[in-house]
Design a protein around this ligand. Structure first.
Ligand SMILES: [Zn+2]
Length: 434
């Protein structure tokens, strides 16, 4: 980027961080309160949101935004919290949005979370006291080396922590607290969105981008400090149905066609090198994760993931593979018919974000001003931002400092939460400077 470029010149101008007055409530205390609220979402629920606990946190956040002086806070009928903070300086910059989700993963219980603060961590494994089988092993978590002297926050080993994404929620709330306590910090207009049912992939469909009112946004839902995600998977879901013929097994000879064996045939021919357990980095995968066997009709659900759609190993090629294996199974299993139904789940947001480089540059610079090494990393998953980006709201993802999401070994730290908050404050000042 050239010398004349406004962004670079502006970024270079400010290097000394502000000495801010502290927020009224520390980000750690706020986080410890939020994780105690059970907001686990549930697949297949008939209600919106999928679980009632999400209302508890959404309504609490709306109330607390009010006590932080934010006016016009609204909780929608689908449990989305919307709020807007006016700018305190004249700026031609955009309305910048910050989004985090209130729900936690269906994978591990979120009821009766008892957070533990391991003060002044001195290295080594971390035992979770209520379940001796749950140990955060230092050798498997190199990031722990960076956390010596920090206060690490875990659970007692019986639940997830909910750092995903109450770290993001707490950091955004604390950013607002800091801005209120330090009115000299310049910022433009800010939009806040707390979303429900992110973990089951459907909540964001009811998020009202127009009401939110931002023209650019960030989800605060990542992990390692300093890592900005501007790439997600492109994602499809294949539902494969194997249709056979059911009869009474006592008189089945020559008549029954058991669809379960066709499903088994299909499954055993899935290539081992395309599985999540054998891929990493930029290599995508094909993953059968749920299904049901029955003589008449057996079904299998397979997720397809890759950063690319085209090319020899992209998503299209993976879908072709699934369809080819399905027709081969049909040929190998006389009397069985196989149908394949594929839907798109979300797309790699970099297809859009590559045209908005400033968003990532500002996030990296904000991380640098917070004393972190800002880097970009593709995320082997999706975020609410993957969908929002394609609905006209470009939306990269910012770290939270959390690790081991969707697990009883989930953890974050004081520094993780504080540096995430600090980065968000620097980020709004960067947009105000713009
Ligand atoms: Zn999350």
């Amino acid at each position: 980027m050239g010398e004349e470029d406004g962004t670079c010149a502006r970024i270079a101008a400010v290097t000394v961080p502000h000495q801010w007055r502290p927020p009224r409530e520390s980000v750690v205390d706020r986080f410890l309160r939020y994780v105690r609220i059970d907001t686990q979402s549930r697949e297949g629920s008939a209600t919106v949101p999928s679980t009632p606990g999400q209302w508890d946190l959404a309504r609490l956040l709306a109330h607390e935004l009010g006590t932080l002086g934010v006016e016009g806070v609204r909780v929608s009928d689908t449990c989305m919290v919307y709020a807007r903070i006016p700018g305190n300086v004249a700026t031609h910059g955009p309305v910048v949005g910050f989004i985090a989700h209130v729900d936690t993963s269906p994978a591990v219980t979120g009821a009766n979370v008892r957070p533990i603060v391991h003060r002044n961590y001195q290295g080594g494994d971390i035992m979770l006291p209520a379940d001796p089988t749950q140990v955060i092993v230092a050798a498997r978590h190199p990031v722990l080396r960076d956390l010596v002297g920090d206060d690490i926050i875990t659970t007692d080993g019986t639940t997830l922590l909910g750092s995903d994404d109450k770290s993001g929620v707490a950091a955004i709330m604390t950013m607002i607290d800091v801005l209120r306590e330090n009115p000299e910090i310049p910022h433009g207009p800010i939009a806040i969105g707390f979303t429900s049912d992110e973990e089951i992939g459907i909540g964001i469909n009811t998020f009202d981008v127009a009401e939110f009112g931002a023209s650019v946004a960030y989800t605060v839902d990542g992990d390692t400090l300093g890592e900005i995600n501007h790439e997600t998977w492109s994602a499809r879901l294949a539902t494969i149905a194997f249709h056979g013929v059911s009869t009474h097994p006592g008189t089945a000879k020559g008549l029954m066609v058991n669809a379960a064996y066709a499903l088994g045939d299909f499954l055993t021919r899935m290539p081992a090198d395309l599985r999540p357990e054998s891929t990493e980095g930029r290599v995508g995968f094909v993953h059968p994760y749920a299904g049901a066997i029955d003589v008449e009709t057996s079904t299998l659900r397979v997720i397809l993931r890759d950063f690319d759609v085209g090319g020899p190993s992209g998503l299209d090629a993976k879908e072709d593979l699934i369809r080819r294996l399905a027709s081969e199974t049909e040929a190998r299993c006389p009397g069985v018919t196989v149908t394949v139904d594929v839907i798109e789940q979300y797309r790699n947001m970099n297809e859009v974000l590559k045209d908005h480089p400033t968003l990532v540059e500002f996030a990296l610079e904000a991380a640098r001003r917070a004393g972190l090494n800002g880097t970009t990393t593709p995320i082997r998953g999706g975020t609410d931002g993957s969908k929002l980006t394609f609905r006209g709201l470009p939306c990269p993802n910012i770290f939270t400092g959390g690790h081991n999401f969707h697990s009883k070994l989930e953890f974050n730290s004081r520094r993780g939460l504080e540096k995430t908050t600090e980065t968000l404050v620097h980020l709004v000042t960067l947009f105000a400077e713009g």
